[in-house]
Design a protein around this ligand. Structure first.
Ligand code: 1CP
Length: 337
C-alpha cells in the first residue's frame, strides 16, 4: 500500500507521510529555469514531457511521499472554451464567456483540449521513481471554478457583482460539475490514485447558500471519485464549520488551512486530516520550524495524519528549509515506529 492510502484507507496512525501543496513550482530554481523559457503557462501545462519533468523535480530533490501532477485548476475553464492567461504581477486573467457559450462544449472537445494532461499523468505514473509513492490528481471545487469563470480574475483583486442570480449560479454549477467529474475520471484512468479538491474560495459563501453552492455539488464529485475506489481529499479553504462540511460532503480526508486550531479540529472530526502548518513558518528560522512542525506532529500523533501545509509553498521559500522540514518529519516517524 502507498503511504497516503495507508493513512486514508487504513486509518494508520503510526507514520505521518508528507507532501507539500505547490511542491512543484515557483520556489524551485529548476522550475524557474523552465518557466522563463515558457511564458505561456497554459501551454506549459499541456506539454506532457515538461509536465512530467516538473512534477518529478520535487520528488528527485526531496524524496516526498507523493507527487502532484503539475497543472492548474483553471485548465477546466480552458477545456470549456474560455481563454485563460496568467499575467505577471496580475495572476489569472480569463476571457469573457456567456452561459450559452459554456454549454456549447461537449465531452469530446473537452477531452481533446485536456488530453496532454492525461498523457502527462500516464508518463509520470510509469516512472520508477514513483514506486511506492502516490500520484495525486486534482480539480478545483465547483464553486471555486465558477468564481474564476464569472469573475474572470482572482477575487483577491476584486469581486465583481456577478453572484446575485442564484438560479444562474445553480445552473452553471451543475454544468461545471459534469466536466469536473470527466476531468477526475480521466485523471484516474491515466494513473492518479488520489484526488484532491481545492475549494480555495469556499469561504466566500454565506451560511444560507452553503448547501446549494458548496455541499451538494462537492458531495457529487466526492461520491463519483469514491465510486472508482480512489480516495478524495477536500480542501475547503476558510470554511467556518469543518464538522458540518465533512458530514455533508463525506470526503475521505480533509486538508485544514493555517487558521484552524489543530487541537480543536481533532475534537470535532474523526476522518484523516492533512496539512495545517502556515507556509510562512518556512520563512523563519530552523529552530522555529522544528518547534512548530513537532507541535503539529504531536497534536496529530494519535490521529490518521498526512503532514502538509495550510496553503501552498511560498515562492520565496528556501529549498534548504524544506529539506530540514522533511528531516524533522522523518525523525518523528522513526521515533514512533
Ligand atoms: O510561474 C507562474 O507564474 C505560475 C504559478 C502557478 C503554479 C506553479 C500557477 C498559477 N499555478 C501553478 C500550479 C498549481 N496550481 C498546482 C500544481 C501542483 C503543485 O501543487 O505543486 C496546483 C495544485 C494548483 C492549484 C491552484 N491553482 C489553486 C488551488 C490552491 C490555492 O492556491 O488556493 C488555485 C486557486 C489556482 C489558481 C492559480 N493558478 C496560478 C495562480 C497564481 C493562481 C492563484 C490565483 C489567485 O490568487 O486567485
Amino acid at each position: 500500500m502507498t503511504p497516503l492510502t495507508k493513512v486514508i484507507k487504513n486509518k494508520d496512525k503510526s507514520t505521518k507521510p508528507l507532501w507539500l501543496m505547490r511542491q512543484a513550482g515557483r520556489h524551485l530554481p529548476e522550475f524557474r529555469t523552465i518557466r522563463k523559457k515558457n511564458p505561456n503557462f497554459i501551454k506549459l501545462c499541456l506539454d506532457s514531457d515538461k509536465v512530467k519533468n516538473i512534477t518529478l523535480q520535487p520528488i528527485k530533490r526531496y524524496n516526498l511521499d507523493a507527487a502532484i501532477i503539475f497543472s492548474d485548476i483553471l485548465v477546466v475553464p480552458f477545456g470549456l472554451g474560455q481563454t485563460v492567461e496568467f499575467k505577471k504581477n496580475f495572476g489569472p486573467f480569463l476571457g469573457p464567456i456567456t452561459s450559452d457559450e459554456i454549454k456549447i462544449c461537449n465531452r469530446k472537445t473537452f477531452r481533446k483540449k485536456l488530453e496532454p494532461i492525461y498523457n502527462s499523468i500516464y508518463k509520470v505514473k510509469k516512472d520508477k521513481i514513483l514506486k511506492n509513492k502516490d500520484l495525486i490528481g486534482f480539480v478545483g471545487g465547483p464553486w471555486t471554478i465558477l468564481v474564476y469563470m464569472l469573475n474572470r480574475s482572482s477575487p483577491k483583486r476584486k469581486l465583481n457583482k456577478v453572484f446575485s442570480d442564484k438560479s444562474l449560479i445553480k445552473d452553471l454549477l451543475k454544468y461545471i460539475n459534469k466536466y469536473l467529474i470527466f476531468h477526475v475520471q480521466d485523471q484516474i484512468k491515466s494513473g492518479a490514485n488520489i484526488i484532491q479538491i481545492f475549494d480555495s474560495w469556499a469561504g466566500l459563501v454565506g451560511k444560507r447558500n452553503l448547501n446549494e453552492f458548496i455541499y451538494e455539488p462537492t458531495k457529487k464529485l466526492v461520491k463519483f471519485t469514491k465510486s472508482l475506489n480512489v480516495p478524495c481529499i477536500c480542501f475547503p479553504r476558510n470554511i467556518k464549520n469543518y464538522a458540518n462540511y465533512t458530514n455533508a460532503v463525506k470526503p475521505d480526508a480533509i486538508n485544514i488551512d493555517y487558521n484552524v486550531n489543530p487541537k480543536d479540529i481533532i475534537k470535532n472530526i474523526s476522518i484523516p486530516i492533512q496539512g495545517g502548518m502556515d507556509p510562512k513558518i518556512l520563512l523563519t528560522g530552523k529552530k522555529n520550524l522544528e518547534k512548530i512542525t513537532n507541535y503539529y506532529l504531536s497534536v496529530f500523533e494519535n490521529h490518521p495524519y498526512i503532514f502538509n501545509l495550510g496553503h501552498g509553498v511560498l515562492p520565496q521559500t528556501d529549498p534548504n528549509m524544506i529539506q530540514y522540514l522533511i528531516k524533522i518529519v522523518r525523525k518523528f516517524n522513526e521515533r514512533s515506529s
